[in-house]
Design a protein around this ligand. Structure first.
Ligand code: SF4
Ligand code: SF4
Length: 493
């Protein structure tokens, strides 16, 4: 029996307690309370300003704009073809993405894309931990949006905590009503926005506006809206901590050289008040930069005290960096007490070794190479993609027939795939066996409608004793494009 234990917990240096507070001095608020959690309540994060918050606002706006506007982007594909740039056409069984059109039998492209996305996520993790989660994950984007609404209606953290404790008043009920109404409107927009990717967006929107959309469309809007409302409005950090599998995996692939958000405890400890720290420094004694203001905890959307050490639930959003930087700036101390820093550098800092940024290392180089190879491979496969195809099925019984003149005949079923929107006519050719002759059973040339497949029966007759590999090809009579498939010619028993 083999057992495996994985511990994701990294320990910070033992906290060096500041001197005991003077009688009457204000006690630090416990972190749990500071994060605004009631025993069973959600995190109530405080707003913060800074460069990472600005980046988050920018990515939020970009993500929402792309999500909402992409279905309306047009892409000309020719007559009879949909002109929506990104479209999941379940009726026809097609996936359109700009110039790419995926048929059901080509779903390996989607598999390749998922593999590429996974490798990209692992690469990002090796460079900067859960930075995807902190800036681009839909859960983060929508939760940020819902929190912005909550802040707008109910006020910042202090107001929200006070109002929650105060109980219900008519004004409070009105506030809650407004907040939930806006949340619901966003959730419905999210649901409707997703449905627009599954049909012609302007037409679907018109149908929604006039109440003529299908029951299925309304049902999907309802399902996605309910999910958005629940996950972004109520589950929030619980999704990032408990429901998403990524933090679990994160524990297993944690990289101490990755630039994750960390607290430079060797610089921050012993923590204490700014006044006390100034006195200690004036007396030539060591004093940490952390003034235990708990701003980093208060702004954290997950409710983490990053000073306790790396935490698997941390989404690397950098808001605590912004909070602490602004405190340090006000105190006239250097910023970067909390920063995107590798855990190795924290350890180096503790032992006063020189710091080293190792973004380029075997792991990141290997993952970058894997990304390049995968992208190149997918690009090559896409570039060599044809607009048609051919499959051949040999008759099972009988596999060969001896004709009265002694010649042998084999029968085949050809399936011709036409991925173009126009009707195409094909000539059937064979090669591989000298003197073999093919005959199409039915009209010739073989006509295949646009965006469809056609089956045609073909017989091949060859002199007695003929046997071996046979190559079938169908040639577009207009463009000369040819699609081939191999089979065999069998002798009569
Ligand atoms: S914001 Fe900075 S100074 Fe304030 S508690 Fe956090 S680490 Fe310490
Ligand atoms: S600890 Fe800092 S980086 Fe991590 S989730 Fe909280 S605010 Fe974001």
């Amino acid at each position: 029996m083999v057992s495996l234990d994985i511990s994701h917990t990294r320990h910070r240096a033992p906290r060096q307690e500041a001197p005991a507070p003077q009688p009457g001095a204000r006690r630090p608020i416990p972190a749990r309370k500071a994060a605004g959690r009631r025993p069973s309540g959600p995190v109530v994060p405080q707003s913060v300003k800074g460069r990472f918050r600005r980046i988050k606002w920018t990515t939020l706006a970009l993500c929402l704009a792309i999500y909402g506007l992409l279905p309306f982007l047009r892409w000309t594909r020719g007559p009879g073809e949909p002109d929506q740039a990104v479209l999941f056409d379940f009726v026809k069984g097609r996936l359109y993405f700009f110039f790419v059109e995926i048929w059901p039998q080509e779903l390996y492209y989607v598999t390749g894309l998922l593999v590429l996305a996974s490798v990209f996520l692992i690469f990002l993790n090796a460079v900067a931990g859960r930075v995807w989660c902190g800036f681009l994950c839909p859960q983060t984007v929508w939760t940020d949006l819902f929190l912005a609404v909550e802040r707008l209606v109910e006020g910042d953290r202090r107001d929200r905590l006070r109002k929650r404790e105060a109980g219900l008043t008519p004004r409070r009920v009105a506030e809650l009503g407004v907040k939930h109404a806006i949340w619901l409107a966003i959730a419905i927009w999210t649901g409707a926005g997703l449905v627009l990717y599954f049909g012609d967006a302007p037409q679907t929107l018109r149908e929604f506006a006039t109440g003529e959309a299908s029951l299925l469309a309304y049902s999907w809007v309802g399902i996605i809206a309910a999910l958005t409302y629940t996950l972004a409005g109520f589950a929030r950090e619980q999704v990032c901590t408990w429901m998403c599998p990524w933090p679990r995996l994160q524990g297993a692939i944690w990289d101490p050289e990755a630039l994750t958000v960390n607290y430079r405890d060797y610089r921050g400890e012993p923590r204490g008040s700014a006044k006390k720290a100034a006195e200690l420094r004036a007396a030539g004694e060591p004093a940490g930069d952390c003034v235990d203001c708990l701003q980093c905890v208060n702004v954290c959307p997950i409710g983490i005290d990053i000073r306790e050490g790396p935490n698997f639930a941390c989404i690397n959003c950098g808001l605590c960096v912004d909070a602490c930087d602004s405190v340090m700036t006000k105190l006239g101390r250097p910023t970067g007490l909390i920063a995107y820093e590798s855990w190795r550098n924290i350890e180096r800092g503790r032992s006063r070794e020189p710091q080293a940024r190792r973004v380029i290392r075997p792991k990141t180089v290997g993952l970058a190479a894997a990304l390049v190879v995968l992208s190149g491979g997918m690009g090559a496969v896409l570039a060599s993609r044809t607009m048609g195809g051919l499959t051949v099925l040999h008759d099972r019984n009988p596999v060969a027939v001896r004709l009265s003149g002694g010649a042998v005949r084999n029968g085949y079923m050809l399936r011709i795939l036409n991925k173009e929107g126009r009707l195409r006519s094909f000539a059937v050719r064979i090669a591989g066996i000298a003197e073999a002759k093919a005959a199409v059973v039915g009209p010739e040339p073989v006509v295949v409608d646009g965006d469809s497949t056609a089956e045609v029966r073909v017989t091949v007759t060859a002199p007695a004793g003929s046997e071996g590999a046979l190559r079938f090809s169908v040639v577009d009579r207009e463009t000369g494009a040819a699609y081939a498939a191999d089979d065999v010619f069998l002798p009569a028993p």
